[in-house]
Design a protein around this ligand. Structure first.
Ligand code: ADP
Ligand code: MG
Length: 607
């Protein structure tokens, strides 16, 4: 997505990026080579000097001959000469057997005389005086074309190509990005040097024949450096292809544009920097997104798979899915920040956004986990707190037991004296025989299972009762009370139960002790609780203690309240019993997590 957004943004900015590879490559480029003519210069040379070295031929005639020779050439220099001739309304002379010599110049026959026009590779026999005059022009950055016949230099034409006004600044900025800058040209060293100086370039590759441009690129690549080439001409195409990253100007030839991996549609050399910055931004995004994906997976998957359930982290599969979807949203939206990419603006927000998002999504994730746990309360993994205060005291004065349906513990309490001790959500609280008040979540659950609809409805065949009427539903309390089935004593006695629960009220809290026998070990703890755990355990050789196995949540709370440190602790008077903490049970996601598991011999004595 980051690549798509980046190429899209590039297109908006007039930078055509052909796929994802150029973006990635741009990040690795160390050296960047610029073609001189048409890329760094305007590519529209203008005639500045016409010189005759011969007494018999005047400047006009020199130029007429040169222009005639250049008629059929497609070189930028030829075009300059030709255009100038047209302006001056010169008449052309006939040229036969025209030849273009790449990187050197042209030749042709005029009146059966062979003429040459080109650089000093083409025209050799130049006198000292002539060389001096040519050198003088070249040092000004002008390109000098020499007109000659066999063994005689006739004259010279100098042209100047102005550097693009924005070029120097553009190169400087690229240099600041850590790129080493090169200029490559077929022009001679002096002309190239003068222009390079004007642009602040120190690495000049001059007098490079067209066919050698790509091998020069190859040389620069030799030390493992990744090289980019910026060019426009036919000559540049092989070099653009050879470079690790070819950047073509749209004003150039079709072949150059085809060879380039990136095309600068606006012909603005400053867009080279834009392209690089955009690439870097895109790569950054990709890295950030990878981090995101990793982060969510590292955090999310273990939670989703309940690896951390013993630490109290649980995430419903549905919510885990939603969280994962959100992580994709965050990746996509993070990528979309690239849309606001601007070359000279540090995208501060885009840079901090990932961190904000990480925090935000972590928070969301956390909330999901909490929500999950709460939601699970309506199914199987809600873990309530202890019953406190008046309600707890009221309850602890009754009797309690647990029975199971599909391995799920059901918590029954028998108590007579209602006295408005418990807050009702629906219905009434006063209990007659075969009437029942339900804790909030238990009622929710039973309604969902379509066991009843409203208070007043009756249940058949309920844990030993042929018939029981649900008369009220308690308000949610966030405690074990939310799971209670509250009945009067005589109804309680009729009900089945796998385990007796002894209740003890102390310091405003009700503690619940599951009287454990080999027959009623909860299925979920069969791995942890063994028959031998239900015998007295020795401690300090001679003393014997009850083994106390504590449900996960209860243990957590006891540790928080510094009542115990962990397994191995001894409590000499736990409601009249000597106990050794032998186990802390894993999180089961049921109300069992809030119970103490003790053997039959454990008897609660009121404090
Ligand atoms: P570039 O595109 O880098 O300027 P070229 O390889 O096309 O280089 O040309 C290199 C040199 O060869 C020019 O600077 C010029 O001196 C000479 N040259 C090439 N073509 C012509 C031509 N048509 N007329 C005159 N000189 C030419
Ligand atoms: Mg060029």
């Amino acid at each position: 997505t980051a690549i798509m957004v980046a190429t899209g943004r590039g297109a908006e900015l007039g930078i055509l990026i052909k796929g994802g590879e150029p973006l990635e490559m741009a990040g690795k480029i160390k050296r960047i080579v610029f073609d001189k003519t048409g890329t760094l210069t305007k590519g529209k040379p203008e005639i500045t000097d016409i010189i005759s070295f011969s007494d018999s031929i005047d400047d006009n005639e020199i130029f007429r001959l040169a222009a005639s020779l250049e008629q059929k050439s497609e070189h930028a220099l030829a075009e300059a000469v030709y255009n100038y001739a047209k302006i001056k309304k010169l008449t052309f002379v006939e040229v036969n057997d025209f030849k273009a010599i790449p990187g050197q110049g042209v030749s042709g026959f005029i009146n059966n005389q062979k003429y040459f026009l080109g650089n000093n590779k083409l025209v050799k026999a130049i006198s000292k005086e002539q060389t001096e005059r040519i050198t003088f022009l070249e040092k000004q950055g002008k390109t000098v074309m020499i007109l000659a016949i066999e063994k005689q230099v006739l004259g010279a034409i100098a042209v100047a190509d102005t550097v693009k006004p924005e070029a120097k600044e553009a190169l400087l900025r690229l240099n600041k990005m850590g790129l080493e800058i090169y200029m490559i040209t077929g022009d001679n060293y002096r002309t190239a040097g003068a222009i390079a100086k004007e642009l602040g370039i120190t690495n000049v590759l001059a007098e490079v024949l067209p066919e050698d441009k790509s091998s020069e690129i190859k040389k620069l690549q030799n030390n493992g450096f990744k090289v980019a080439m910026v060019g426009d001409g036919i000559n540049d195409a092989p070099a653009l292809a050879q470079a690790d990253l070819g950047i073509a100007m749209a004003s150039g030839t079709d072949i150059a544009m085809e060879s380039g991996n990136i095309v600068l549609m606006k012909n603005d050399i400053r867009d080279v920097e834009t392209a690089f910055k955009l690439s870097r931004a895109a790569i950054n995004k990709i890295k950030q997104n990878l981090f995101f994906a990793l982060f969510y997976n590292v955090v999310g998957i273990p939670i989703a798979t309940r690896l951390f359930s013993q630490f109290g982290f649980v995430l419903q599969p549905e919510l885990a899915g939603l969280a994962m979807a959100l992580s994709s949203v965050s990746v996509v939206s993070n990528s979309l920040f690239l849309k606001s990419f601007k070359q000279n603006k540090k995208l501060l927000f885009s840079q901090v956004a990932p961190f904000i998002m990480i925090i935000f999504f972590s928070f969301l994730f956390w909330q999901f986990t909490n929500l999950s746990t709460a939601m699970a309360g309506m199914s199987e993994i809600y873990v309530p707190k202890v019953i406190r205060n008046e309600a707890g005291l009221y309850l602890s004065q009754g009797k309690a037991k647990i029975d199971y349906r599909k391995n799920e513990p059901k918590f029954f309490v028998g108590q007579e004296l209602w006295n408005n001790k418990l807050a009702l959500q629906e219905g009434r609280g006063l209990l007659n025989d075969n009437e029942m008040v339900l804790g909030f979540f238990e009622a929710q659950m039973m309604k969902r299972e379509k066991l009843f609809k409203y208070p007043g409805d009756e249940l058949k065949d309920f844990f030993g009762l042929n018939n029981v009427k649900i008369v009220g539903i308690l308000k949610p309390t966030g405690t074990v009370l939310d799971y209670v089935h509250l009945v009067n004593m005589s109804t309680f006695e009729k009900m089945t139960g796998s385990a007796d629960i002894q209740m003890a009220f102390s310091k405003g809290e009700t503690k619940l002790f599951y009287i454990t026998t080999p027959e009623n070990i909860p299925v979920i703890f069969r791995q942890q609780i063994k028959n031998e755990d239900l015998n007295l355990v020795g401690y300090d050789n001679d003393l014997s203690y009850h083994s106390l196995m504590i449900g996960y949540k209860e243990a957590q709370m006891m540790k928080r309240e510094k009542l115990i440190k962990g397994v191995g602790d001894v409590l000499v008077n736990l409601f009249g019993n000597k106990v050794l903490v032998t186990k802390i049970l894993p999180l089961s996601g049921t109300l069992l997590d809030h119970l103490h598991f003790v053997d039959k011999g454990f008897v609660v004595k009121a404090e």
